[in-house]
Design a protein around this ligand. Structure first.
Ligand code: PBG
Length: 322
């Protein structure tokens, strides 16, 4: 029965009234911007399936990092294309690879910017899987040894946060041990704890040239049908020493973000992935949606669901729109 006393609409009467009661406020400080670094000099090539995202050579990545920091965005995450690929992805821990060079150059030029290093092997292996193969199976425990090397090389280059995205069991403990044994006990681990085997990574795999050459990633990334398993992954990673827990992708998994947030006291990150970005860009280019409103609404929803940190290709635009 409508009693005419309680009227929620009173609190929506004006922009300032709405501002007073707003539960979630998005800021540039929520964002991490992903950068794709490539070999060579003077490279700035737009990634076709990710409009307004670029393959950058190291010096151009440094220039963009300065701009990102000036916009108030606190962090970048570095992905890279290597100069060579092999069976075990050894370019992933080569100090001369674009990622390691970009990390040290950005740290030097913009020391206050937090640098996240993505630790995985799929951009570096000739077969495109996230670890060392044993037949068609990715060998978990052998891969851990390689991931330790990647994490160490990135920490040595100057990364503040190591973000393992490979989905091997036990990788957080392995990386924590390697970091601690080498005097990097203050380097943070942001674990891609809940990473689903998702079709939303399609454009990234073009961008990073990292699509598996056979099969898919379902032996190590999670089944999109599972929610309780996400909480199990989170529990394990926290026990192994993860500082920040990530859920990926974001939009189709906000129920998982909400559940994780209720369960744990660690900061929660979401990765608003390439496919989510590409869909918005494509629809906006067709004039079918209002890009600015769609982006801010989506990012607000991620924060409302429980994300403390949002890794997003929209970060530069959104920081300017807020
Ligand atoms: C590497 C990695 C992927 C993404 C981030 N790190 C791709 C994958 O797992 O295939 C996806 C990011 C995106 O789609 O924006 N393992």
């Amino acid at each position: 029965m409508f009693n005419k006393i309680i009227r929620p609409r009173r609190l929506r009467i004006s922009e300032n009234m709405r501002a007073l009661v707003r539960e979630t406020n998005l800021t540039a400080k929520d964002f991490v911007y992903p950068l794709f670094v490539v070999p060579g000099k003077n490279v700035r090539e737009e990634i076709p399936s990710m409009p307004n995202c670029y393959h950058l050579s190291v010096e151009n990545a440094v220039e963009l990092a300065k701009k990102i920091s000036a916009l108030g965005i606190p962090a970048v995450e570095i992905f890279g294309l290597p100069e060579y690929k092999d069976e075990i992805g050894s370019a992933a821990w080569d100090m001369n690879s674009p990622v390691q060079r970009a990390i040290s150059a950005i740290k030097k030029a913009v020391p206050e910017l937090v640098i996240v290093g993505d630790v995985c092997l799929c951009q570096y292996t000739s077969h495109g899987h996230c670890g060392k193969l044993c037949g068609a199976y990715v060998d978990n425990d052998e891969t851990l040894k390689l991931l330790q090397k990647v994490a160490l090389s990135q920490a040595q280059a100057g990364a503040d946060i190591i973000a393992p995205s490979d989905m091997m069991d036990g990788r957080v403990a392995a990386i924590r041990t390697a970091l601690d044994e080498n005097n990097f006990s203050n380097v943070v681990i942001m674990s891609y704890a809940v990473k689903y085997a998702s079709a939303f990574y399609g454009p990234f795999r073009d961008a990073a040239d990292s699509a598996p050459q056979f099969g898919d990633r379902k032996q190590y990334q999670m089944d999109c049908a599972n929610a309780r398993e996400a909480l199990k992954e989170v529990e394990l990673d926290i026990a192994e020493g993860a500082d920040i827990i990530m859920v990926k992708p974001a939009l189709a998994y906000l129920d998982i973000v909400g559940k994780v947030k209720e369960k744990i006291n660690n900061p929660v990150a979401v990765y608003n992935v390439s496919g989510e970005y590409a869909m918005v860009k494509a629809a906006a280019q067709n004039g079918w949606i209002d890009e600015r409103r769609i982006v801010l609404e989506s990012l607000t929803a991620m924060k409302r669901a429980g994300a403390d940190i949002i890794i997003t290709y929209h970060a530069i635009d959104a920081a300017q729109w807020i």
